[in-house]
Design a protein around this ligand. Structure first.
Ligand SMILES: [Fe+2]
Length: 193
């Protein structure tokens, strides 16, 4: 199913408010939405479920991280942001309407597990992983962390994220972003030896 414009406007307004002081996560979330739409289209997957999930996947960080947070603070909040975000998504989607109970449960589940990358199995879980991963190396959304932290991130990405891509479109975009994102390409080149 497609995501309706009117509903999409509400999702956008909601995350803009949550990430008012976290422009990286806002840009990351919007990038993830654009990417999942392309992937959902080429895979014939459910855009309404997946695009809603990408809008909301990181809302659990809202309120957990103070402005100007460091990479290690973000890592420390990682485990908690998933159940917190799933609960916030349930409340928000129930409030705005336009979603069945079943749809809300699917979206909340995807948010609740999205960063447990090694445990992801279903097609929807893996497509969310692809969009989240790609958005994190989107050349238009540059890394906001220190070089040392980017090294750690790229290492993790190559071993736990890039290896799990299943869709044709996702793999295509992975190749494109890995080249266009010069910081990523430079680091990845060092790891390959
Ligand atoms: Fe997340």
């Amino acid at each position: 199913m497609k995501l309706e414009k009117k509903v999409e406007e509400k999702l956008l307004a909601y995350i803009k408010e949550i990430f008012a002081n976290d422009s990286w996560t806002l840009a990351h979330s919007l990038s993830a939405v654009g990417i999942i739409k392309q992937i959902a289209k080429s895979e014939g997957a459910d855009e309404k479920i997946l695009a809603t999930t990408m809008y909301l996947h990181d809302i659990g960080y809202g309120g957990l991280l103070a402005d100007g947070y460091s990479f290690s603070q973000r890592i420390a909040a990682k485990k908690e942001h998933m159940p917190k975000g799933a609960k916030m998504a349930r409340d928000f989607l129930g409030r705005i309407g336009g979603y069945t109970e079943e749809e809300i449960s699917q979206i909340a589940h995807l948010i609740e597990v999205h960063d447990n990358v090694d445990a992801l199995k279903t097609q929807d879980e893996l497509l969310v992983l692809e969009a989240d991963s790609l958005a994190s190396i989107d050349p238009k959304v540059p890394f906001s962390f220190s070089e040392e932290d980017v090294v750690k991130y790229v290492d993790f990405f190559l071993n736990h994220r890039a290896t799990r891509f299943v869709s044709k479109k996702g793999k295509e975009l992975l190749e494109k972003f890995s080249t266009q994102n010069k910081v990523f390409a430079g680091m990845a080149g060092k790891f390959k030896k």
